[in-house]
Design a protein around this ligand. Structure first.
Ligand code: PLP
Length: 415
């Protein structure tokens, strides 16, 4: 592995996480956890998207991970962007992304953010209520209104329908009539089935409703030219993504066969979840004994927790798994890699006794629990635990609560 352009290291073939960890000679002395970010994973996801959803342009949902390096990689690949605020707009526009490649996909925005969008000619924005239509009439009357309606999946990791989206029939119609009366421009419609969607049919159901909204808009004389199918695509299950893509493709073909309608989506976790592996260090441990003095549970305290990267457990309802851990200081001189119950010590598998274990974050808050009811071998202070699929809804939300540092990030890319 060699150092390349500033901050990015290059690798051949496949990123070897184990090797990256082993090469971090200072890991035992550094307090912060470590994010290993594989930018080529983002690129692979982009290519997968283009292969399976060729008609649908992805507008990456910046909220999911607003690391400027990630945003830049996606901008260079040709993605558009879903921004929710003035600062997200600033980030994306600062990378020379044309305003036409941005949708302001937050149906309830402060006036100053709308004014910023107007100054920078970001015309496409979603609305789902009459107050926002009046606000736009006053502050950005030339913008393109994309009517966001509610159409939720029966099963999703994070449903969004309680907060956003009007009723697809009566409300959407009323909003379009109001826009017409105010001489404003409706150009399309959008929905979000819920983040981490687990119902294949959800997109088809929503696309069918979108078709009716298009028909009504056209009846009113609007040039309806944009369908935005939102996010919800899985981050680490590519088979599931392909099934969703097949369903979306046939639905779009059925309801929107006309190529003049531009179709976009707002994927977030799809692009970034799998790109990050978080490596945490055990900095303390405690043994809990029963009344007879027998060992019941071993508790481990890590250098990242639910107020940091693992906020995804609280806010994104993620289930995290410690997939491998490196026993760095016990078995000298060799490093050893474990996979739940198996230890690979210089390629020799060896079973270790396991104990009931709990993993905590570093803060003084008892809510800061990462995982419980685990069976782990007896680990020590200084041992490392790795968590994969940590790129979505982790980085931008993490806080240094209680004074604990946020993870640093190393970036890698295939040569
Ligand atoms: C408006 C909007 N678009 C897109 C997304 C991204 O969703 P996902 O990460 O499920 O693709 C979200 C997530 O909350 C959202 O609120």
């Amino acid at each position: 592995m060699s150092s390349g352009v500033k901050q990015i290291q290059y690798y051949e073939h496949k990123l070897n996480i184990r090797r990256v960890i082993e090469e971090q000679s200072n890991l035992r002395n550094v307090d912060a956890a470590l994010n290993i970010c594989d930018l080529s994973s983002v690129e692979r996801k982009y290519n997968l998207w283009v292969k399976h959803l060729p008609r649908i342009t992805p507008y990456y949902a910046v909220k999911c991970n607003d690391d400027p390096i990630i945003v830049k990689v996606l901008a260079e690949l040709g993605a558009g962007f879903d921004c929710a605020s003035k600062n997200e707009l600033k980030l994306v526009l600062g990378l020379d992304v044309a305003p036409e490649r941005i949708i302001f996909a937050n149906p309830c925005r402060p006036v100053s953010h709308l004014e910023y969008a107007q100054q920078h000619r970001v015309a496409n924005g979603t609305v789902d209520n009459e107050f926002e239509v009046y606000k736009l009439h006053k502050h950005y009357p030339q913008s393109n209104l994309i009517v966001r309606f509610k159409s939720e999946a029966k099963e999703a990791q994070c449903p969004l329908g309680d907060k956003f989206g009007c009723d697809a029939d009566a409300d959407a119609t009323a909003l379009m009539l109001l826009a017409k009366a105010l001489e404003m421009n409706v150009t399309g419609t959008s929905f979000h089935v819920g983040s981490g969607c687990s119902e294949l049919e959800a997109y088809d159901r929503a696309i069918k409703k979108a078709k009716n909204i298009f028909k009504f808009g056209e009846l009113l004389g609007f040039d309806m030219n944009l369908l935005d199918i939102g996010g919800g695509f899985p981050g680490s299950d590519d088979d599931k993504f392909q099934k969703i893509a097949d369903s979306v493709n046939s639905s779009v073909q059925r309801h929107f066969p006309d190529d003049r309608v531009q179709i976009i989506a707002e994927p977030g976790r799809f692009f970034v979840a799998a790109a990050y592996t978080l490596v945490c260090k055990i900095h303390a441990r405690r043994e809990v004994r029963n009344e007879a003095g027998k060992l019941d549970t071993i508790m481990y305290y890590l250098n990242d927790g639910v107020y940091g990267s693992f906020n995804c457990i609280l806010y994104d309802h993620q289930v995290v798994t410690a997939e491998h851990y490196l026993v760095a200081n016990r078995r000298t001189p060799a490093h050893s890699m474990l996979n739940f119950g198996l230890i690979y010590l210089q390629d020799e598998a060896e079973a270790l006794p396991e104990f009931k274990s709990v993993i905590w974050g570093p803060s003084c808050d008892a809510l800061d629990k990462i995982s419980e009811d685990l069976r782990l071998p007896n680990l020590n202070r200084g041992d490392l635990l790795g968590f994969s699929n940590m790129g979505a809804y982790t980085v931008p939300i993490a806080s240094p609560f209680n004074g604990f540092e946020l993870p640093r990030t190393l970036y890698f890319r295939a040569m």
